[in-house]
Structures are given as structure tokens and as C-alpha cells.
Design a protein around this ligand. Structure first.
Ligand code: PGA
Length: 249
């Protein structure tokens, strides 16, 4: 058994109205608010962070942002600073999600910049990596993941303060999940890459993301280097999200 605490994170993306956010957070808090064995994290849209924070405040559930800018403050219309996330009770922030890379042009260099800023602000970054379908089919998955890892973590040392999420782009929102073996292979690669950088390689939690559901969570979490999940679609239904948590217990 690894000493790493399982983490199940719900990335709500650009979904939920205020009322839906309240209900969803309330239902999860009712079922797993006192969860100790598995750490639970909710990442609602920025505008509902305060609202969700008020629902989970006396529970063990943690709060996170889906993104952030790297400057402290200033004339950056529409952006959210790390300090703003902190002051809304966020402990985590997702960085470099494939949708940020694909639709908003985020690069590994930019993610690296955000990574340093998140750590400086006391937020735990969840750095996302993953390959496209073409890359997988051309057999270059390991090369691409290694390159993303090297660039995102360029000059970085505080590996005991980060979480890494492996999210194959072809499995996100598509209903196609990586098999537990495919996911474990990449997680093992990440563990090996970490071991070349830090003595804390065995402490870093590696999440899998991409069409995680109650029905496939148990097999995935059974793998040695899969320490939890970053869940999109299934995190929007309390029953499904709770089913995934249940599978980790
Ligand atoms: P999905 O999304 O669970 O809907 O595939 C995962 C993610 O994008 O984090």
C-alpha cells in the first residue's frame, strides 16, 4: 500500500448555475463531508467559489480553482490571481488542463510560469499532461509526456508540493477511458521521471483523468501509481461523483 492519500477532484468546467452549484456541493458534502480516507476536492467555476466555500466550510472537502494568471494583480481584465483564489479558501489550482492548452493557447512555458507562482502563493498546483489521439496512435506517447513534463517542470524543485494529472486528450469527455494498464504505464513513466528529479518521487500524487466513472474507477485506482482522479463530466452528478469516491474506499 502506498502512503499517498487518494485524491478525487471534480472539475466542473464551465457548468452549473448558482443554484445548481449549491445543490451539487450540498449533496456531496452531505454524503462525504467527513471523508478522511479519500481527499475530496471541488473545482467550480470562479464565480461560485465563494458560494461553494460557504457550503463546504465545516467539512473535509477542499476547494480549488480551474486556472489562474501568474501576476499578483493589476490591469489584466478578466483574469484571476493566485491571491484571489487563496482568499476564497482555495487550496488547489488546476494548471495546464488540455482545454486551456487547446482553446486558449496555453503552452508548457506558460504553465511553468504559473506553477512557480502557485507555489509562491501557497496553492497546490495540479499540473495536467496528456497526449492526443494521433500521438498515441503513432507510438510517441512516452516522448510527448516526457517533453511536457520536462518543460512544465523546468527548473522546478518543490515536487513535494505538487499533484500531477495524466489526462489523455482522446479520453476527455469522449466516453473512452484509458485502460488501467495504459494509464498505469504513463503513471509509471511519470514516477520514473520524478525519480530523476527528486527524492520525494514516491510522495507525489498522480491522478488519472478522462471519462472516469463509478464503473471504471475501482480498476483504475487498483493500479500502483494511480493515486486518484480528476473528474469532469461525472463530477456534475452527485451520485456519479460519490460513486467514484466510493470506489476508492
Ligand atoms: P471527463 O473530463 O471526466 O469529462 O472526461 C476530465 C477532465 O477534463 O478533467
Amino acid at each position: 500500500m502506498s502512503a499517498r492519500k487518494t485524491l478525487v477532484a471534480g472539475n466542473w468546467k464551465m457548468n452549473t448555475t448558482a443554484e445548481e452549484a449549491l445543490i451539487l456541493a450540498g449533496e456531496i458534502a452531505k454524503t462525504y463531508g467527513s471523508s478522511e480516507q479519500t481527499e475530496i476536492l471541488l473545482c467550480p467555476p470562479f464565480v461560485w467559489l465563494g458560494l461553494v466555500s460557504s457550503i463546504i466550510t465545516r467539512t473535509n472537502i477542499k476547494l480549488g480553482g480551474q486556472n489562474m494568471y501568474w501576476e499578483e494583480k493589476g490591469a489584466y481584465t478578466g483574469e484571476i490571481s493566485p491571491a484571489m483564489l487563496k482568499s476564497t479558501d482555495c487550496e488547489y489550482v488546476i494548471l495546464g488542463h488540455s482545454e486551456r492548452r487547446r482553446y486558449f493557447g496555453e503552452t508548457n512555458d506558460l504553465i511553468n510560469k504559473k506553477l512557480f507562482k502557485a507555489i509562491e502563493t501557497g496553492l497546490t498546483p495540479i499540473v495536467c499532461l496528456g497526449e492526443s489521439l494521433e500521438i498515441r496512435e503513432s507510438g510517441k506517447t512516452n516522448d510527448v509526456i516526457s517533453r511536457q513534463f520536462e518543460k512544465c517542470f523546468d527548473n522546478f524543485k518543490d515536487f513535494d508540493k505538487v499533484v500531477i494529472a495524466y489526462e489523455p486528450v482522446w479520453a476527455i469527455g469522449t466516453g473512452k477511458t484509458a485502460t488501467p494498464e495504459q494509464a498505469q504505464d504513463v503513471h509509471k513513466l511519470l514516477r520514473d521521471l520524478l525519480s530523476q528529479k527528486t527524492d520525494a518521487f514516491d510522495k507525489v500524487r498522480l491522478l488519472y483523468g478522462g471519462s472516469v466513472k463509478p464503473g471504471n474507477a475501482a480498476d483504475l485506482i487498483g493500479k500502483d501509481d494511480i493515486d486518484g482522479f480528476l473528474v469532469g463530466g461525472a463530477s456534475l452528478k452527485a451520485d456519479d461523483f460519490c460513486g467514484i469516491i466510493e470506489a476508492t474506499l
